[in-house]
Each structure stands twice: as C-alpha cells, then as structure tokens.
Ligand binder design. Sequence first.
Ligand code: CA
Length: 248
Amino acid sequence: MHRSTHPSVACAWQALLGAVLGAVLGAAPARAADRGAADAVPVGAFRIDRTEVTVARFDAFLKAVGRRSTAEVEGGGYEWGAGWERRPGWTHRAPSGKPARPDDPAAHVSWFEATEFCAWAGGRLPDRDTWAEAAYVERRARPPAPFVTGRSYPYPTGDTPEGANLSGAGDRFERHAPAGSTAAGVNGLHEMAGNLWEWLADARGEDRLTAGGSWWYGAAQTQASGMQWKPARFFAVYVGFRCVYPPG
Ligand SMILES: [Ca+2]
C-alpha cells in the first residue's frame, strides 16, 4: 500500500482548507484601512484624515464596540446658552436636534471617545505640533495654486480665512457643514479651519487642547494661536475630531 496522497484527494483538502480560511478571514474584524483611514492624506511623516470624522464612521465604531455614545446615554450634548445647557436628544446623530447626514462631522463626542475611535481606526489623535504642521505648512510636492511647497500659512485655508465655515453670514452654512463641503486648504485638507473644533492629544490636568475653531467662532480661532483648552469629558455641538496614522 503506497502512502502518498492521491492528487485529487490533496486538491480536495486544499479546497476545503481554502474554504475554511476564507470563512475565518471573512468573519474577521475589518482592518484599520477599512475603517476610513484609507482616505487619510500623507503630510510629511504621517497621514491625517482629509476631513473631520463623520457620523457614518463614528456610528461604525460604536456598532463595532457595542455601545452608545456618552451624549446618547446621558440624554444629549451641550450648547452655550445662559452657560452650558444640555440639549435633550442632541447627539452625533442629531447634532443640532435634526437628523444628521452620514457625511456630517461627528459632534457631541468627548476626548475619550475620540481617542478610542482613533485607536480603533489604526491611528491616534494628533498632538499640537502634528495638527499644526498639517494645518499650516504645505507639504505637497506639487500643490495646486495658490499653495506653495514648504510655505507656512496663517490659516488652514491659506493666506486668508476665506472659504472656512465660521460664524456669521460670510459662508453658506448656518451651523456645521458636511465633510469636505468647504474649500480644500493647506495639504488638501478640508475643514481644518472652522466647522468643528478638533480634539488634540495634548493634556493639561483634566483639560485637553482643541484646534481650528468652529462654526460658532470667527477667524482668529482658526489660527495656531487660537487653540483652546476644554474639559476632556466635555461633549458639545461644535466639538469633533480627526485622526492621524502612520505613513501608508
Ligand atoms: Ca475643524
């Protein structure tokens, strides 16, 4: 009796092994690259999200980890009125009380939730220097006019704050704008100026730094000197985030 395996039997085993591997791999969690990081933009030694993290991405994260956001659990996020006032039902799904679009930026997210999201997506929250390089220093080898490689700009939109979603009637958005709907700025990034404040990794006690200003604020807050500290546990109508990732 010879001991070698008949070719057709070997083929059958390989097919079975392939089917099993396929089933296992198919059931595996999505890779970080499938969690939206594929749209990140290279800037020097890192990549950064082209836009603020969207409702669709944040929803995918919540579903994957199997829980609701803090704003949802506590019954709503905050808006400034006579001091900080809770707005019942205002969450990333309904940032100003009306249902959000999937491509709206995710607001009413705490620093802790933003940090967890970025780790889940294969990255981290940017720190002050990383965010500032992406926002103000043009790193593309052949940027479209008027951007110039290596130049530093006062605003994430370039030499002027024109094109950002800020307070007042100077833009077409009353509140937040959908991701990517305002002009591409330095490094081809959208909404680094205005729209939502963005959580950074930098800590000072219980506070964390936010950058870029928002639709509630004017142009001064979009500059590097306009970053503001906010309580890490805070979640509000105009605070969101984006992530940075290792080079692709
Ligand atoms: Ca922003």
